[in-house]
Design a protein around this ligand. Structure first.
Ligand SMILES: CC(C)(COP(=O)(O)OP(=O)(O)OC[C@H]1O[C@@H](n2cnc3c(N)ncnc32)[C@H](O)[C@@H]1OP(=O)(O)O)[C@@H](O)C(=O)NCCC(=O)NCCS
Length: 167
């Protein structure tokens, strides 16, 4: 865990380090459209995890209207062999620090209601439900030939209040 470093990523980093077809496709698209910052957790030169901080308005109209100007955390993933050693916590802490420094008072994210591991992590970090009702959203799967298909998915939206930076 001590040898984990976190830094913002370039397109080149994504091409070199991110093998998962879904993450690679969407992260390259987000960076291309300058929707936010991609944080990478690295152990040496190897990828341990990633998290995207989205400043562009969300795709879902309900989120655009209900949480205007609130950045969204997306694409949190920790590689299997690095899981359960605090990498997600480190990525989330770095994201929160950066957002506070930029003057944001709140952050939001969406999680599948069955993803108990992730929900436990977020609740532990003081994220709370934005509303009880799930949001109907779409997950855009990337096929082997590069085409995408949209599959409807429920999403639990969580928010967190960010304290102003100290000092
Ligand atoms: C969810 C995920 C990001 C957690 O990453 P991680 O680096 O293993 O998490 P951490 O080591 O920082 O653990 C933080 C907390 O998360 C929770 N957690 C993580 N893995 C867990 C597991 N297998 N079972 C139960 N709780 C778990 C625990 O509360 C844990 O705290 P603890 O270790 O003190 O009990 C990782 O499992 C993952 O990449 N999953 C697949 C992708 C995903 O679901 N992303 C979230 C999308 S919203």
């Amino acid at each position: 865990m001590d040898d984990v470093s976190i830094r913002a990523a370039s397109h080149e980093d994504v091409r070199k380090l991110i093998e998962d077809r879904y993450d690679r496709h969407h992260l390259l698209d987000h960076l291309h459209h300058r929707r936010g910052i991609l944080l990478l957790a690295l152990v040496g030169e190897g990828l341990a995890g990633h998290l995207f901080l989205r400043f562009a308005p969300p795709e879902e109209p309900e989120l655009r209207d209900g949480l205007p100007g609130v950045p969204l955390l997306q694409h949190l993933r920790v590689m299997e062999r690095h899981q359960r050693s605090g990498v997600a916590r480190r990525l989330l802490a770095e994201a929160e620090n950066r957002l506070r420094a930029l003057g944001h008072g709140r952050v939001a994210l969406g999680v599948h209601p069955d993803n108990h591991r992730a929900i436990r992590l977020y609740e532990d970090l003081s994220f709370t439900a934005w509303r009880d009702r799930h949001l109907a959203t779409f997950r855009e799967h990337v096929l082997e030939d590069g085409n995408t298909v949209r599959v409807q998915e429920p999403c639990l939206v969580l928010v967190k209040q960010l304290a102003p930076p100290s000092g």
